[in-house]
Design a protein around this ligand. Structure first.
Ligand code: ACO
Length: 423
């Protein structure tokens, strides 16, 4: 048996053998036999847009690895900044490398005063924090003109550090602004997640020392959200980056993709759904409605996972630690019941619909006091590392500009008719 496929053009009888490499066949080979005949693949459900050595995902078996390391081991033993180093650089850092990385990130957390005073204060008082974040990330490109120099390695590294470092500052600023609270400057003596919590919640105290259990839980959520190969936002990052736009502009596009309820907004939708169900007594009726085609079970199903999302398992365990500190989220019982009913229901079993990462993450965020509007923002903070790792990889591969084809299904050619003659 050879690892190849043979395609035959039945119109001419001509054929071509195409090798199967790394689990794929090259569309460029297909084109040699069938120029002008395109793969029709809306939503890219069957298309590999690139080759990548960052994240391995086996959706049938529920496996996720960053740079070869199982997500379970990273979740248990690592921290978000170490994981971000791993994603960006390909290997875990030595202790000296990690110290330098942590120092660099910590010392780039401040944002330009104009950004705070003029830009952020220009938003309407009830602006959605994710809308603010999308715009603020794009605006960063106007502060760092050197970011356009994307083929300069030193400049690239600088923007990577800046983006990872400034995301929590912008995220917290977006929240503080939307609730009318004054901006809190970063505290360079705090670690990454603790610093973010301090910028979120600090009020009158001289210094806020966030609870270590909550800090660890947030750091864990950051690890789990750091990358997930070619999802919608990462694809947006690669597509915009392929035009050689600066990384802030590409990252803003990725943030915008994450804003949607089918992607980064899903855990917000989960909480709204659980709230509307209200009690475990209403779960059966709700599931019946979903099966009848009225809405979806939010936090269930995944384009790639046709098994329990490994991140959901880890989060479910972490929730217990958080609830010991915050008190149990009253929606947890509804979530557990919903999961139990769905996992035993033929509709969900036959379609391989299991809880995804968002099913439980929202419960933790809500118990920690984050408003629903902040959920996609919390996702964007760590995913920035993944986006940047893909951006760097894409540039290193000298990728072509993303420019798919379409199958034209519009009208045949017709002549322009003057307006007064139109019926
Ligand atoms: N509830 C009920 N039915 C569902 C759900 C769901 N959550 N998800 C999929 N289905 C059904 C569809 O109705 C369809 O049924 P059919 O074959 O009878 O028509 C079948 O399962 C396949 O669904 P698709 O939409 O083709 O699956 P796709 O891979 O395109 O969608 C998606 C994946 C968007 C995640 C989907 O499962 C969904 O909408 N889930 C809810 C939203 C959510 O949790 N999103 C977070 C994803 S994880 C992330 O972005 C971090």
């Amino acid at each position: 048996m050879t690892d190849s496929i043979t395609i035959v053009d039945n119109r001419t009888g001509e054929s071509r053998e195409i090798p199967i490499e790394n689990g794929g066949v090259a569309a460029s080979e297909w084109q040699k036999l069938l120029p002008g005949i395109w793969f029709y693949d809306p939503g890219f459900t069957s298309t590999a847009e690139c080759s990548s050595s960052i994240t391995y995902l086996d959706g049938d078996n529920g496996v996720l690895r960053y740079r070869g390391y199982p997500i379970e081991q990273l979740a248990e033993k690592s921290n978000y900044l170490e994981v971000s180093y791993l994603l960006i650089n390909g290997d875990l850092p030595t202790s000296a490398q990690f110290s330098e990385w942590e120092h660099e990130i910590t010392h780039h957390t401040f944002i330009h005063e104009n950004m705070r005073k003029r830009f952020l204060e220009g938003f309407h008082y009830d602006a959605h924090p994710m809308g603010i974040l999308v715009s603020a990330v794009a605006a960063l490109s106007t502060f760092y003109l050197d970011a356009k120099d994307i083929f300069n390695e030193e400049s690239r590294s600088k923007q990577v550090i800046r983006l990872i470092a400034k995301m929590p500052t912008l995220a917290a600023a977006a929240h503080r602004f939307s609730v009318g609270m004054p901006f809190v400057y970063p505290d360079n003596n705090l670690k990454f997640a603790a610093n973010f919590l301090s910028m979120m919640w600090k009020t009158g105290e001289f210094r806020l020392e966030p609870d270590p259990v909550l800090t660890r839980a947030l750091d864990l959520l950051f690890i789990l959200h750091a990358d997930h190969e070619q999802n919608c936002s990462t694809t947006a990052m690669r597509v915009v980056g392929s035009s050689h736009a600066d990384p802030y502009s590409a990252c803003a596009a990725a943030c915008a993709a994450l804003y949607g309820p089918r992607h980064g907004g899903a855990n917000e939708a989960v909480i709204r759904m659980l709230t509307s169900i209200g009690s475990i007594d209403n779960v059966d009726a709700f599931v019946k409605e979903v099966k009848e085609g009225h809405g979806r079970l939010q936090g269930f199903g995944h384009r790639v996972y046709k098994n329990y999302d490994p991140r959901a398992k880890i989060i479910k365990r972490a929730a217990d630690d958080v609830f010991k500190i915050t008190g149990k989220n009253p929606l947890l019982d509804v979530a557990l019941k919903l999961e139990e009913v769905a996992l035993n229901d033929e509709y969900f079993i036959s379609r391989k619909l299991y809880p995804n990462v968002d099913f439980y993450s929202g419960l933790i965020y809500q118990a920690m006091g984050f408003p629903l509007e902040m959920f996609p923002v919390l996702f964007a903070i760590p995913r920035t590392s993944g986006w940047l790792a893909h951006w760097l990889e894409m540039l290193g591969q000298d990728a072509k500009i993303a420019r798919p084809r379409q199958l034209y299904i519009g009208t045949e050619p017709r002549d322009y008719i003057a307006m007064e003659e139109r019926k």
